[in-house]
Design a protein around this ligand. Structure first.
Ligand code: SF4
Length: 384
């Protein structure tokens, strides 16, 4: 179940099928990193098997016009988050007492809602970078759409997510222009399994097809977003190399890896020493934020994900019997995709660099702020 019980999840299966059958609607999809290593379980694959090219084939068979990948936008998120981390760290190391640390990664909507409801006095610590899902959708509707002669309302932007909380995130008013939302709606992994099965699409027999470019090219850093510690590992891969000006030989930061739900890690690269906190589960997140608030712990950066082991354990993923074992296999599946890729640092993703060249200039530019950043709001918990 979703860890944020205030979130009500609408099933958009019918809407999706109706939109696919409507002439003149350009339906585009994005899929989160964790989806590709879990959906195969429903079709007889081992947990952790990467079936992204089978998902692409299945979605095209359903009638999706462009099959893109959220992982591309995970790299874009890292460009912005790592630049923010670097900016705050450099000020901190120069002795600026006003700089806010730790910086918090902000791609999990369940914990964003949690901090808005419970730690209203700490809203200036999360990175203002939008989540990969929201960055993808903004770029798709505002930049890619324009290049293809499409107005925002001609594009139906569907996100396939491991997550029920993403349905809530997509509906936040700050991610819309009037009634036109950047993400029109979210389909969970489990809902997509049902759609495929009801449509006679079997991922175990379908031929692989590639993901569409340019919003599909991703690096190893982007794909590890789907497991605990992955977002902060991806961010530090970029930030430490940018800060030190040196290439790190081993970018698999073992110090940041593990399965414990509360991890305090030390990362040392040359002269740079970072203390990083990683948690999953909102109870542990609360403990970590309390310790920071009370001055019992100091971290330069923290990652909080609401679900067990991160998005691989999301509430929208297929249910698993030996849960922890299966979730670890999914997470290892993401690590193995990372290891197999020629590019493993977000700042080397050519498709992301092209967006900066063409439209955004550089991370944290005025244009990047306008399109890729957001704000957080103090929220009052509703009594049930
Ligand atoms: Fe969604 Fe869970 Fe991932 Fe958070 S950790 S984004 S709630 S799947």
């Amino acid at each position: 179940a979703c860890p944020v019980n205030a979130i009500t999840a609408g099933d958009n299966t019918f809407k999706f099928l109706r939109d696919l059958a409507t002439p003149n609607k350009v339906v585009i999809t994005q899929m989160a990193p964790a989806v590709r290593v879990a959906i195969g379980e429903a079709f007889g694959f081992e947990p952790g098997t990467n079936v992204e090219n089978k998902i692409a084939a299945g979605l095209r068979k359903l009638g999706v016009e462009y099959v893109f990948d959220t992982t591309w936008a995970a790299d874009l998120t890292i460009m912005e988050e790592a630049a923010e981390l670097q900016e705050r760290l450099e000020k901190h190391l120069a002795g600026d007492k006003d700089v806010k640390l730790p910086i918090l990664t902000s791609c999990c909507p369940a914990w964003v809602k949690f901090i808005e409801q419970n730690y209203g006095d700490m809203l200036d610590v999360p990175s203002s970078a939008k989540s990969p899902m929201q960055m993808f959708a903004t770029v798709a509707k505002d930049l890619w759409g324009r290049e293809h002669g499409l107005e925002r309302d001609q594009i139906t932007s569907v996100a396939i997510m491991p997550c029920i909380a993403k349905k809530y995130e997509a509906s936040r008013p700050e991610f819309s222009r009037g009634l036109n939302y950047d993400v029109d709606y979210v389909i969970t992994t489990a809902e997509l399994v049902k759609i495929f099965k009801d449509s006679g699409i079997d991922l175990s027999t379908i031929e692989d097809e590639p993901i569409d470019q340019v919003l599909g090219e991703y690096t190893g850093a982007g794909v590890i977003f789907g497991r605990t510690g992955g977002v902060i590992e991806a961010a530090t891969r970029t930030a430490v190399e940018k800060m030190t000006g040196k290439r790190v030989d081993n970018i698999e930061f073992e110090q940041l890896r593990g399965w414990d739900s509360f991890r305090a890690c030390e990362l040392e690269v040359g002269d740079l020493k970072l203390r990083i906190g990683i948690t999953y589960g909102l109870k542990e997140a609360g403990k970590m934020l309390d310790k920071i608030k009370e001055g019992e712990e100091f971290f330069h950066a923290i990652e909080i994900m609401a679900c067990t082991y991160g998005c691989v354990g999301g509430g929208g993923q297929p249910k698993a019997r030996k849960r922890n074992e299966v979730l670890q296999k999914r997470a290892e599946g993401l690590n193995s995709i990372d290891r197999s890729l020629p590019i493993r640092r977000s700042y080397e993703n050519p498709a992301v660099l092209a967006i900066y060249d063409k439209y955004l200039d550089h991370p944290l530019s005025h244009k990047a702020h306008e399109l890729l950043h957001t704000k957080y709001f103090v929220k009052v918990k509703k009594n049930k």
